[in-house]
Structures are given as C-alpha cells and as structure tokens.
Design a protein around this ligand. Structure first.
Ligand SMILES: Nc1ncnc2c1ncn2[C@@H]1O[C@H](COP(=O)(O)OP(=O)(O)OP(=O)(O)O)[C@@H](O)[C@H]1O
Ligand SMILES: [Mg+2]
Length: 261
C-alpha cells in the first residue's frame, strides 16, 4: 500500500465531514500530492462539490465496493485530484453489505482500494453520518479516522461513542492494526458563549486526539462549499478560514509524516 488512507467520519450530520474531506483534498492536490476522494455517501455532496453538475458516471462507489471485476474509471477534478463519485444508488449499500457473509463484508473497501490506490499519495473517504457496514469497511480500510466535531453542545454527544466504536473495531483484530482517531473542532465561534463552552468540552473529551487547528464558523466556508471552490482561492484571502484550512493542511501533513510506516 503506497497511499495514505483516511476516513472522514462522525455520526453527527452536518459536522463538516464533506467540507473537511474536499477542502483537504484541494489543498493536498495544490501541494502536488496525488489525491483521491472516495465519496461513500449517497447524498453525494463531495461528488457535487468536486465535480459540479456532472452525472452519468461510468464508475461509482457502488462499482468500487460491489463490482470488483469492473475496470475503475476515476473522475478527474483537477490537477492531482481524482474522485470516485457517489450517486443516490449508494443508499442501497448498507443493505447490500448486510447481505454478504461476515468474512467478506468488512473488507470490500480495503480490497477495492488495494486495486486502485497505488498511484496516489492520499485517499480521503467521505462518509455519511450513518454508522453501519460502510463505516466499518472504512475503518478497516483506513488506518486514520478524522472526525469533525462541531463546536455545538448538541453535536458533541457522539464523541465518546465514536471513540468506543473505533476502539472496538481496532481491538477485534479484524482491522489488522490499531486505528488512529483524530478529532477536528469545526464551526468554532470565539465570541459566543455556547460554542466557546462546547469547544472546551470537546477539548476535555478528546484530549490529545484533538487536532490543534480550530476551524472557525465562517461565511467564506459556506460560500466556498456552496460554489464548489477551494477555500484556498484568492477571493477568500482575507478570511480567517483560509488561514485555518492552511494550518489544517500543514498539521495533516505532519500527522501523515508521524504515522508513516
Ligand atoms: N466552518 C464552517 N463555517 C460555516 N459553515 C460551515 C463550516 N463547515 C461546514 N459548513 C457548512 O455546514 C454544512 C454542513 O457541512 P458538511 O456538508 O461539510 O457536513 P457533513 O458532516 O459532511 O454533513 P453530512 O453529515 O450531511 O454528510 C454545509 O452547508 C457547509 O457549507
Ligand atoms: Mg457530508
């Protein structure tokens, strides 16, 4: 395996998984890293963000998991950046995985990536908030899980669950080796009491598993995601969010270096 694989996952909807996966992917590609985004969410938000209104894909996440004999056709989203898109049909994936025998179902993604990720430096898998078979497959395929934690008191309740769940999958031996879990505080808002307190709770719950970068709640991020453009674009140069994502990219590359091997 040459590519570093990451799953961006957390049960909380809207925490910033797709934002993190796509913006990191753009940043990595711009730094010359060959990057593959695998959209494992039937909402297809990463697909739309990176590929715009394109559709009728000859090869999708369904083929990646369930048609191992089919030649992969990766969608190019820019220099150094490729995508395995998802479509609404991926909503059947959980049921399809559940119908397979337990010696097969957890390894679909790991086996699939083995076939296609040889030419990449990084693979980022964007997950849905559901934690079923696709999530288990992603944890088994990806040594590191990045979990965006939204600085909001309702959003942080899932944090201990995720730690336990990943620890259980790690300890089961099915994953082959232990997993690294890193939380990322998103939608931080210093000047409001509730998000500030929520961030404090996240810091206490996650300890050293929390990445040091704080992603601010920012209109620029919303705008970038709405338009499907990188936050690194010149038009956002005055936004603190651009600086935050640049720091995240630096930290991510440091982490990748530290967990090498
Ligand atoms: N730092 C931020 N500041 C402001 N808005 C943000 C920020 N991060 C994400 N958003 C917005 O929040 C919404 C949810 O973000 P995103 O789609 O990344 O979450 P998600 O975890 O992938 O959601 P889902 O669970 O539905 O897949 C989007 O509209 C996005 O533009
Ligand atoms: Mg998403």
């Amino acid at each position: 395996m040459t590519a570093r694989r990451y799953a961006v996952a957390v049960q909380k909807g809207g925490a910033g998984k797709t934002t993190t996966a796509t913006q990191l992917a753009w940043g990595l590609a711009a730094r010359g890293k060959r990057t593959l985004v695998v959209d494992l969410d039937a909402q297809a938000n990463a697909t739309v963000t990176l590929l715009g209104a394109k559709s009728d894909f000859p090869y999708t996440a369904n083929d990646l998991l369930f048609a191992p004999g089919k030649a992969a056709v990766l969608q190019r989203a820019g220099e150094n950046l490729f995508v395995v898109p998802a479509t609404l049909r991926f909503s059947m994936a959980e049921r399809q995985i559940a119908s397979l025998p337990p010696y097969e179902s957890p390894f679909l993604l790991a086996n699939a990536l083995e076939r296609i990720d040889g030419e990449f430096d990084f693979v980022l898998c964007d997950l849905s908030p559901a934690h079923g078979g696709v999530f288990v497959d992603a944890v088994i395929a990806c040594p590191t899980i990045i979990a965006p934690a939204e600085a909001n008191h309702l959003a942080i309740q899932g944090v201990p669950d995720l730690q336990d769940e990943i620890a259980r999958i790690s300890a089961s031996g099915v994953a082959g080796a232990s997993r690294t879990l890193r939380f990322l505080a998103t939608k931080c808002c210093d000047h409001q009491t509730a998000p500030r307190e929520a961030l404090k709770t996240i810091e206490e719950l996650c300890g050293e598993r929390l990445l040091r970068t704080r992603i601010p709640r920012s209109a620029a991020v919303e705008q970038a995601m709405g338009k499907g453009i990188p936050i690194f674009d010149r038009r956002f140069r005055d936004s603190p969010a651009q600086g935050a994502f640049t720091s995240l990219l630096d930290e991510f590359l440091e982490l990748a270096e530290a967990t090498r091997g």
